[in-house]
Design a protein around this ligand. Structure first.
Ligand code: ATP
Length: 444
């Protein structure tokens, strides 16, 4: 296999998963668009997350807060002061890097791009926040920021949610949405982008119970990737941060890491961070806003600022992890078959329907009718724009678990051929039984 990441990027573009943003104008660096197949896969990831945490449990409620937020929010959160990377310029190729990306040999540093020695490593602090203005007069309006994480909208709404939903601690607030960071290093496809999407929960707990809940969430989030998304356990691991790595306010933090197909030495990279943030966020916002963000426990007759456990996941990194985990090249009768062995719960289409011969109107008509019937219950696609072998290969490449083919015999025996993506085995199924068959086969 050629470089796996190159193959995946090419597949994503060729099959309508991911396009570079502003493509017809030469692209926009580190910003990507999701095409017709990409939105389906992304929606499945987000829907499964939302169902698991907001719909199936009673202790977490949802939120959709604004992307543009005012300056005090980020003064309180600490982002304006310390959400920075250390930036180093290479005088030779004029590119910029994070200090930790430089190649170090003994006490010398070299550019990772052109190899030139960096003689003066004097990094500058570079803030990753994206600043803009609202209103007609830039000069007189206060700056606002595109949020660098969805979390701050949760903290600023803590009191609103508490007052309206009457939740008792422990409870959580969940949010899925866009976040923006002016990242310096961006050459890893959708792994690190300047506009991306997060799925975050802030889970509020009694301070004494925070450590137990932190361990619970680390395990729960790892379980979710394996059991709900079908990612192979061998490609996932949990890495606990050392004390030196911890942010000053964090009590503990672990990353769920995925074994990404990058060609450099370190492929285990962060998919999600789970942190015990103590009461840092609510206390800082309470101080600056002068709002009371404490919680009163009527049973224990006790008032306190809750601690918060934050599982913070990236939709785009999960997307890349899923495709990387599912991507296979198999040799079938002397040819390479590219197949995305995605779990059926996440695959963009569940069923593809084809007529065996597109010049036979009766077959086209029956196939279209089957497609319309199945579409009521399953996300399906109809295709008659190529010969059958090619149609199967197209669906294999985008991970469709089942293909239904209507042939001349179908008109007589009212049966169709159902082909399984992974085993390539074929079954004849009665049309009357087709919906039941898929209900059983696609059931989670
Ligand atoms: P990294 O160290 O890789 O930059 P981080 O520790 O800054 O990540 P967090 O602030 O913990 O990331 O954000 C939570 C999650 O949001 C990450 O685990 C990741 O999945 C996602 N995320 C963060 N930054 C980006 C980005 N620039 N592009 C895509 N996803 C991102």
């Amino acid at each position: 296999m050629k470089d796996k990441l190159t193959e995946i990027i090419s597949l994503c573009k060729r099959r309508g998963f991911v396009f570079s943003s502003c493509d017809i104008y030469g692209g926009l660096s580190a910003v990507w668009d999701y095409g017709p197949l990409g939105v389906l896969l992304k929606k499945n990831i987000k829907d499964i997350w939302w169902r698991t945490y907001v719909e199936k449990r009673g202790d977490i409620v949802g939120l959709d807060s604004s992307i543009v937020m005012s300056e005090p929010v980020f003064l309180a959160s600490g982002h304006l002061e310390s959400f920075t990377d250390l930036l180093v310029d290479c005088k030779s190729c004029k590119k910029r890097f994070k200090k930790e990306e430089l190649i170090q040999k003994e006490d010398k540093f070299f550019c990772p791009e052109c190899g030139a020695e960096i003689e003066e490593v004097q990094p500058r602090q570079f803030n990753l926040m994206i600043k803009t203005y609202l209103g007609p007069l830039e000069e007189s309006s206060k700056p606002v920021y595109l949020r660098p994480e969805t979390a701050q909208g949760i903290f600023t709404n803590f009191k609103n949610v508490l007052d309206t939903m009457h939740k008792k601690i422990p409870f959580g607030i969940a949010q899925i949405g866009k976040a923006f960071r002016n990242e310096i290093t961006t050459k890893t496809f959708i792994f690190r982008t300047r506009e991306f999407e997060q799925m975050e929960i802030e889970y509020f707990v009694e301070p004494e119970k925070a450590e137990d809940y932190y361990h619970y969430w680390v395990e729960e989030r790892k379980r979710w990737y394996i059991e709900e998304l079908g990612i192979s356990p061998k490609n996932l691991r949990v890495r606990e941060h050392s004390l030196q790595e911890l942010a000053h306010y964090a009590q503990a933090c672990s990353d769920v890491e995925f074994n990404f197909p990058f060609s450099d030495k370190e492929n285990w990279r962060e998919l999600e961070g789970i942190a015990n943030r103590g009461d840092f966020d609510l206390s800082s916002h309470a101080k600056l806003s002068k709002e009371d963000l404490s919680y009163f426990d009527p049973e224990k007759n006790r008032r306190y600022i809750p601690y918060v456990i934050e599982p913070s996941a990236g939709v785009d990194r999960t997307f890349l992890a899923l495709i990387s985990d599912a991507y296979c090249e198999e040799e079938v009768r002397g040819r390479v078959r590219v197949v995305l062995k995605l779990d059926k719960r996440v695959s963009p289409y569940k069923i593809a329907v084809f007529p065996l011969l597109k010049n036979r109107p009766e077959l086209v008509e029956l196939a279209r009718k089957i497609y319309q019937d199945l579409s009521r219950d399953f996300v399906s696609i109809y295709d008659d724009t190529a010969a059958i072998g090619k149609l199967y290969r197209r669906q294999d490449e985008i991970g469709t678990p089942f293909c239904v083919t209507v042939d001349v015999e179908s008109l007589e025996d009212k049966k169709v051929t159902v082909r399984d993506r992974d085993t390539m085995s074929q079954l004849r199924i009665d049309l009357d039984n087709l919906k039941n068959f898929f209900e059983d086969s696609l059931r989670c």
